[in-house]
Design a protein. Structure first.
Length: 316
């Protein structure tokens, strides 16, 4: 695999993926709605193709001459829209004879529809890729460690010593960092013999909130406590941060996010625990622990280190 079409190149997850593709000697081709989005960033030299993922012909044209597609897609809280994305990726794969598709679903994917359009939409996208006839690896990460350094979380950790998250106190999560997700994606692209399959990926520890706070306290050298938010409290806070209103409108992205964590918290056994034995039997990569990841972060600065790359993707 030499040329890899990257979907979602300017998002939080695109940065580590492009970095690892370049380090592996591959040629990433960033599929961007705004073709100037990477200018002024460290990825300004990366090849770009202007692409509208919701336009089938645009997707097909973008895949011309690439060996593989590596994708992470925006959460679409509309099942029909997500299904459209999957159909377009599959069409590009088939018509351009793409050899392999590696998808990072960016979240847990249930074994059957659960009524959350974002979750069910991920299943629809996966099915379209599986039906395309190309080799594939569908990587389903549990929850990202990098959520803790985003602007909706990091300031409270740094300034107040509070790690607030919409997880009930006994919900175990196999946290995984975005760099490790990117490493799994690149291994799936470059190593022969990895079976086409769905792979739930997570870090080596399944931690409850208090355990996350304990590890943050050790790394930061000052106390951090866990505040277990309800999914509705979380959604309201996110809405207030972004829109200025704490009111969560029905069917909004914030309502959808609350639905994610409501589902996780309601299960009798946490669906966010990874089966690392199965993963380790297939992949050579070994993800870092939460504490190892936390030790790499700057906990004196409240800013989100991925914000500049994320904003670069917004058309001026």
């Amino acid at each position: 695999m030499d040329r890899v079409l990257v979907l979602g190149a300017t998002g939080d997850q695109g940065h580590p993926l492009i970095t690892r593709l370049l380090d592996a000697g591959l040629t990433p081709v960033a599929a961007l709605r705004n073709p100037h989005a990477l200018q002024g960033t460290e990825f300004a030299h990366v090849e770009v193709v202007e692409t509208d993922l919701f336009n089938e012909q645009s997707c097909i044209a973008a895949a011309e001459g690439v060996d593989a597609i590596a994708a992470h897609l925006p959460f679409v809280f509309d099942l029909e829209a997500a299904t459209t994305l999957g159909r377009h990726i599959a069409a590009a794969t088939v018509q351009q004879s793409v050899k392999k598709v590696v998808l990072n679903t960016s979240c847990f994917v249930a074994e059957e529809d659960n009524g959350n359009p974002a979750h069910d939409g991920r299943r629809a996208i996966e099915q379209a890729i599986m039906d395309s006839g190309a080799a594939f690896a569908l990587l389903e990460p549990k929850v990202f460690m990098d959520n803790l350094i985003r602007s909706w979380n990091k300031p409270a950790i740094v300034k107040q010593g509070i790690f607030a998250y919409p997880a009930k106190p006994d919900l175990r999560i196999s946290w995984i960092c975005l760099d490790d997700v990117a490493a799994y994606m690149v291994e799936a692209l470059t190593r022969h013999g990895i079976p086409s399959a769905r792979y739930a990926i997570g870090g080596p520890e399944a931690l409850v909130g208090d355990e996350v706070a304990e590890r943050l306290s050790r790394v930061m050298g000052r106390p951090v406590t866990f505040n277990s938010l309800t999914p509705d409290e979380f959604a309201s806070g996110m809405s207030l941060l972004v829109t200025g209103s704490a009111t969560v409108e029905p069917h909004s992205i914030y309502d959808g996010m609350a639905g994610f964590y409501r589902f996780y918290n309601d299960q009798p056994v946490s669906p966010l625990i990874a089966d690392n034995a199965r993963l380790d039997s297939v992949f050579n990569w070994r993800p870092v622990t939460f504490e190892q990841w936390a030790a790499r972060q700057d906990w004196d600065d409240i800013s989100d280190p991925a914000l500049r790359i994320r904003l670069a993707g917004i058309a001026k």
